[in-house]
Design a protein around this ligand. Structure first.
Ligand code: SAM
Length: 253
């Protein structure tokens, strides 16, 4: 499991959530989030922008992120896509910023899942919360060793016009999982762009310090921990899904 959330994270999130006016602007990324001290997404700007553009093309109403961490991606899901009415946010370490989001986005209905995404309790909570609604966009970025388990757990709730994103597909385990899911027959696309890391490493080689914590994070990963794949449901109504009792309830994060 990841370390505890850093001290000061809630102040950082409060700062970037100040004011909800930008929600209608249709931006793909928010620089103030990426430049924030502690609320920046553990993603690349270009890949997150790609995800937002793909998502906007289906005017999603219900989105779910597994592994919301410090909420940098979650802020984008909520602010960049004005059609979104419902957000499901899951992280095994908790979501201590839930009340900040609910205050900032009073027109959005949230479900906060502070447990393992593939626990039967999490799956049951999503089922009971959605009733007849379906998930339009599912972003899987939690336990990198259990991506297919997450996919199978939430596939029954996916809209047949929806899309499932898998993050970190440049890394071995997510790449294998994404390819195995794609081999089931879904139309799929990949987006991998490490140009931001290369630019940061060039600055590092010149002895220039990172301008932001996100820039430091890019340098740390040196072009790894990135890439995103999309699996389009394209009308798929059913697929072989393991019975719920096969889904474990433990902490595998
Ligand atoms: C790489 S971070 C996600 C970054 C985030 N999506 C973003 O855009 O900034 C991975 C997160 O997944 C969470 N996690 C790991 N295993 C999990 C599980 N089984 N269920 C839910 N969350 C999990 C971790 O606590 C961590 O916060």
């Amino acid at each position: 499991m990841d370390a505890d959330f850093p001290v000061g994270m809630l102040d950082s999130i409060r700062d970037v959530l100040a004011g909800n006016a930008a929600r209608e602007s249709g931006l793909d990324v928010y620089d103030d989030v990426f430049n924030s001290a502690l609320a920046f997404p553990l993603q690349r700007q270009k890949e997150l922008a790609w995800v937002m553009r793909q998502s906007r093309s289906i005017a999603p109403r219900v989105v779910m992120e597994i592994g919301v961490d410090k909420s940098g991606g979650l802020i984008h899901w909520t602010k960049c896509l004005p059609t979104v009415e419902t957000v499901i946010a899951c992280d095994i370490r908790g979501t201590p910023y839930s009340s900040l989001f609910e205050a900032a986005f009073s027109d959005v209905q949230f479900l906060w899942l502070e447990r393992s995404s593939h626990s039967p309790e999490a799956v049951a909570s999503v089922r009971d919360f959605l009733v007849n609604r379906k998930i339009d966009c599912l972003f899987i970025d939690g336990d990198t060793l259990a991506i297919a388990k997450d996919f199978d757990a939430y596939f029954p709730f996916m809209n047949h016009t929806g899309v499932v994103f898998v993050h970190d597909i440049k890394d071995h385990a997510p790449n294998v999982a994404f390819r195995q899911l794609a081999d089931r027959g879904y139309r799929h696309e990949r987006f991998v762009d490490t140009s931001d890391a290369e630019a940061e490493l060039a600055l590092e080689a010149k002895g220039i310090p990172p301008a932001t914590p996100h820039a430091a994070w890019l340098r740390h990963w040196r072009g790894e921990s990135c890439g995103v794949g999309a699996l389009w449901m394209d009308g798929t109504e059913t697929i072989a899904v393991p019975p719920q009792e096969d889904l474990d309830g433990g902490d595998s994060g």
